[in-house]
Design a protein around this ligand. Sequence first.
Ligand code: GLU
Length: 445
Amino acid sequence: MTAPIVRFAPSPTGRIHVGNVRTALVNWLFAQGQAGKFVLRIDDTDLERSTKESEEILKADLTWLGLTWAETFNQSERFAIYDKAADKLRAMGLLYPAYETAEELDVKRKIAQSRGRPPVYDRAALSLTDADRAGLEASGLKPHWRFKLSGARVEWNDLVRGPQSIDTSSVSDPVLIREDGSYLYTLPSVVDDIEASITHVVRGEDHVTNSGAQIEIFMALGGKAPEMAHMPLLVGADGSALSKRIGSLSVGQLREQGIEAMAILSYLAKLGTSDNIEPRSSVTELAAEFSFSKIGRAPARFDEADLENLNAALVHAMPFAEAQARLKDIDPHADNEAFWLAVRENCARVSDAANWAQTVFGAPSPDIAAEDKDFIAGAAAHLPAGELTTASWSEWTNALKAATGRKGKGLFMPLRKALTGMEHGPDMGAVLALIGRAKVLERLG
Ligand code: GLU
């Protein structure tokens, strides 16, 4: 196989949500795994809804995720090219003007349905004469332009869905250009895919029907259609349509919540595939494991709790170098490898280290039960001499055990609570050394 060229083609009308990220990721992983090229196409033909700000945020989100692109371009700069393609289709008799209003089309659909027929456009506009058209235009009507489907079956072997067949006689001739001259997505996408030599179109299964028409447009304009892969959509954890909240869960929101890029990518790369969902520390690893054949046909269930768990697993094993920049922002004391290694397993997010920095380096209130008062008051006397190290805790507790007869929970818990104010937390050997002698003595009272 020659190296694939794929594209991710978002519309810059808001922040990218988890569904888009999955499409971007699958394209990216496929390209990366085959030494191919990933192109970022900005689908901003809808000049009213698209904004530069959304485009910038989108690019920042993809960059943060590590999904970098070899090339990017905007559809809004290419209208002249689409006009040429439209002219070509007109010359081939494949793009025809139609004048029905939205209301008229609606009535036609309802009539067809009431007669038990599929609501397919009846092609009345094809029988208009030149004089009819001139008359309609003189009355102020502007045409929209429809692509004339062949009426034959369009077939392709979808990399995810297997053999596909769309009967184009059961689909309306798609409108490619609106009355105001603006383009719907269908034609520009094909024109760009041909020009960028896209070898594989990878997108959500909501585009399967479009593919029937688009393959015919590919054939008309370029002679050949790319390979196609349509992925099942994401649904909520309960199998229902992805809830509004999760469906619109943006990368920005997840990032602000402290979810790691690799948690999002590890989760979305494996969701709905035959592989287990496990944390991975790099996109390259995910690329090596990627194959279209692993993607199932059932809708993939997106469960935020699974994403959280994956995130926690990544944080628990995160090397200091990766957390360091953020730890610095959290607390100057937290920029400390021994600290991070001691607390990371108690963090579900890197930002949780802030609380532990307070516990270790700040001034937590000691929690000393009445029955432990004497024990705690006497404990300082047994603290090993000199600077405290990670070995000091066991030395200290052994000495206390010998001196007081306390053991197990009765020995360790009062010390933990006195030193940290909490019943749970990181390994006390590490914590004791990090707190340091002076503060330990202070907290023991
Ligand atoms: N802009 C289109 C969308 O977001 C692109 C679809 C495609 O990949 O062809 O749905």
